[in-house]
Ligand binder design. Structure first.
Ligand SMILES: Nc1ncnc2c1ncn2[C@@H]1O[C@H](COP(=O)(O)OP(=O)(O)OP(=O)(O)O)[C@@H](O)[C@H]1O
Length: 264
């Protein structure tokens, strides 16, 4: 990462913005009619608006905020799936993680074949994948479904396989988006333990979550996004207070996640 960025920076987001176009008409016919009537065909919508922060190597950062506030978009910029329209997003080292369940999977291939395919996409050699294969399948714990096509997997099974592969990539930065959203309780607990291990190994952890409990357990800093802007960036407890995510407002699901967070 070139100067003026700090030498120990792992992720630098520098005045980054990302816009999407919202089309108001879906079909060619609707668009033609709208054009003839001189109506607006689309409007721009800023999902991320002048976002800046730096994450040091080894920091674990929780990304929180309401639905649609731009968390996944931010992860996609960091992962390199998307580029910012303005500003810069720089990362140092190898990135792994689960940012959208099932991305990179080929639905007609078996779980077994997808492990090799997905691992290769994430930069693992065939020999490395072979070496780690048993450990990956043990973590995913999808049993006899390993040889069924992934298109027939439940969302939880797809997430299990995706997460199991991602944690076996030797990365410097680990991105996790809602990994706990679809897994069952034992799997959520296993994921949390694994992410704690990742954090304790000195890798950078970037963790999107709505669960105050798991962020409290996992992270030493919280960034809160509000309509695409950084609303808060600082210590975890204050961030959670900023969001008013106190126990009184939490759903059963969040309380269950908190319990898992407290378990480990
Ligand atoms: N490819 C896209 N095209 C158009 N709009 C998009 C696209 N991707 C995201 N958006 C919009 O950008 C906004 C931010 O979306 P994003 O998925 O980043 O939010 P989020 O904070 O991760 O939400 P959630 O908590 O619901 O997962 C949303 O309004 C969403 O509709």
């Amino acid at each position: 990462m070139p100067p003026p960025y700090p030498h120990n920076a792992s992720i630098v987001v520098d005045h980054a913005s990302k816009e999407f176009k919202l089309r108001h008409h879906r079909t060619m016919k609707q668009m033609t009619v709208a054009m003839m009537r001189r109506q607006v065909l689309s409007t721009s919508f800023r999902a991320l608006d002048d976002v800046s922060f730096t994450v040091r190597q080894g920091e674990s950062v929780g990304i929180m905020g309401l639905n649609g506030s731009g968390k996944s978009t931010l992860l996609k910029l960091i992962n390199g799936i998307m580029r910012p329209d303005r500003g810069e997003v720089l990362t140092r080292g190898r990135i792994a993680g689960l940012i959208a369940t099932g991305t990179g999977f080929h639905s007609q291939l078996s779980g077994r074949d997808n492990i090799y395919l997905n691992a290769a996409v994430l930069g693992m050699s065939e020999a490395e994948t072979k070496r780690k294969f048993d450990s990956i399948t043990e973590f995913a714990d999808i049993g006899q479904h390993l040889d069924s096509q992934v298109g027939h997997y439940s969302s939880g099974m797809t997430a299990r396989l995706g997460f199991a592969i991602a944690i076996h990539v030797d990365s410097d930065i680990f991105l996790a988006d809602e990994v706990l959203a679809v897994g069952d309780k034992p799997f959520k607990k296993k994921c949390m333990e694994k992410m704690q291990e990742i954090r304790d190994s000195g890798r950078t952890l970037f963790y999107v979550s709505h669960s105050a409990g798991s962020v409290r357990k996992m992270c030493d800093r919280v960034i809160v996004l509000e309509s695409g802007r950084v609303g808060y960036d600082g210590p975890v407890d204050e961030g959670i207070r900023y969001l008013h995510y106190d126990e009184a407002n939490e759903t059963d699901e969040e309380l269950a996640d908190d319990a898992i967070g407290a378990d480990i």
